[in-house]
Design a protein around this ligand. Sequence first.
Ligand code: G6P
Length: 740
Amino acid sequence: MRSLGRFVLLLSVVLGAVAWGASSLFNRQARGWAERDLSMRSRLALEGARPALVEAGTNAARRVLEAIVRDERLMAAAVCTGDGAQVVAAGSLPAGVSCHALPGEARRPGPAGWDQSADGPAGAVHLTVLPVTEEAGGPALMLVHDMSFVDRRAETTRRYTFFAFALVGLVGAVAAAVAARLTWISWTVQLRRVLTAPFRAVEAIAAPRHFQPLLGDVRDLVSSLAAEEARAGSSWTPQRLRHVLRRDLGGESVIVVANREPYIHERGDDGQVKVVHPASGLVTALEPVMRACSGTWIAHGSGSADRDTVDGRDHVRVPPGEEAYDIRRVWLSREEEQGYYYGLANEGLWPLCHIAHAPPEFRASDWEQYRRVNSRFASAVAEEAKTPDPIVLVQDYHFALLPRMLRDLLPRATILTFWHIPWPNAERFGICPWEREVLDGLLGSSIVGFHTQAHCNNFLDSVDRYLESRIDRERHSVVVAGRETLVRPYPISIDWPSRWTSRAAPVAECRAEVRRRLGLAPDALLGVGVDRLDYTKGIDKRLLAVERLLERHPDYQGRFSFVQIAAPSRTIIESYRALNEQVEALATRINDRFARGSWRPVVMLRRHHEPAAIFELYRAADLCYVSSLHDGMNLVAKEFVAARDDLRGVLVLSRFTGAARELSEALIVNPYDIEGASTALATALSMPPDEQEERMRSMRVLVGELNVYRWAGKMLRDATRTRRRDRLASRLSSPGALPS
Ligand code: G6P
């Protein structure tokens, strides 16, 4: 608006000057015309009056002069002698005008007469003096015309000219402003098209000539980025991730918000504090990213010795001994934990998002606690932020409301929210009584990420159905209240090479040690399953498949054992307790049915295991069976692949995991199909070593490339583009950029 005002002001000044110049010119011209006109009228009047003036007496001459001055513009007429005496006169001579006052050349005018305009006290007058006879020095007729009408006309002309120019100026200004705005809009649309098109499409965009220099710059930028990428190679490493964070995002660190902390301090029965790595795919994935990026991980301080190990700001440096980043612990009351974590998150949203046939429970009191805890974590992020535009990675279904709350606190923050579990279809999502609040909360993010495109589509469908918004299906984005959120798939993964694999003993040692510890024969065949004790993991179906294998292939009885690590999880929730009992009873039944001497077909290890022990088990196994009924990704499958640097072992993988889309060399099964799953287990146990190698090698290449640094790197790269676009957009729309 300011620039439009300046433009109109400048236009007014220029047009005012032109109007003034034009009206002065016109008035001068008009005055000249009027003088010529009056002079001509004077001559005509003399022609008519000459006989009376020459031949008649003074009285007759006066009558003629009186007749002449009846003309409204003639003020007076007089006959003067050559020496300035007045012979006869009619009308009223203005002050200062008389035969006597005429200059010498006017007293004796030549045949062409004498004319002059003069400004008197009563206005402008025009004098014409004409010889009455041809005789030199004879009488002359002086006619005095009122010229004030010329001034009046000039004034009117000036006014009209001014208004005409003002009107033209106004119309011109409006037209120019509209034209400028349209040009500006079209220019920014083209600019946006170029900046937001995939790099290769930039070439294909037909842009006007004046746009070419900018296009040239964009092309240079693209090729320099491409060259840099080529130099860096295609693989993602912690170094490359750090580089992207610092160079592209100008960030020295990130803030992660996740309910689960990566290191829990627990006080053991002996009173000693020990550090526990929780069983959580989220932690498995995020922890290496935080080591690479450094910063602060804000989480619920849930360990029994957590309060004893923080400083005055509730911070603790981790990993122990390496100290690469901070954990900031948030303390929750029992009511908060019950309502937010056990209630809304794990009895509401968790079953809502997983197709595992557990009905979700939604309680208003849980929702209240959920909102409260989200807001407490949002405040913690604002406290931890060192700049007004921090990079915040919000994790999982515990924090659906936090992105919007954070956006209100830190409008310029780059908020990347990742939903680690599936997103249901729109109809199922509508079961949630607070469906709008959840969607709107998430849309406070700059980017919302899911593991698969299918979950992104479900999310967009849910937004479409329950929220007023603009959805761009091509860009995969949602615009609410003028702010865009990208919705993108980022399949999560693990670090590569895995530090747990590089620290592990050789495979032969692991095989021998695990068999010895479990009391199995040194040549026993071993299957493993590693999960939290959760109904989405299909542990019961897995055990039924083992039972069916033994029924159909009795030769495996006494030779094959399945070890299931089942880490206790969410044990306060009734459905988890029931599952615990159900699985225990099932394992007992199968063991009772097939047990032979010291051999047991199922070994249930229902306690927490540290990663080193889990990796030892992976390396000792002949097969790993992941039987999730529904799983966003499932990182156990990828960990098993990472653990097998000997290229042996077979992965049997549920088709209902995100991982099944990537690891197609696994034996993909439907875990509900017990018959089919038992066939896959038999196929795995009899698979020739070279086929195992071939499958494992190809899966290792894939997991190595699609590692967790790539996951984080892709999100940060998309965030970089979003940041740049936001900055550009705010610069383009800022006052003074162009007429707005
Ligand atoms: C899933 C969730 C994570 C969670 C993990 C362990 O992987 O996506 O957010 O941390 O389960 O569950 P817990 O409730 O023990 O944190």
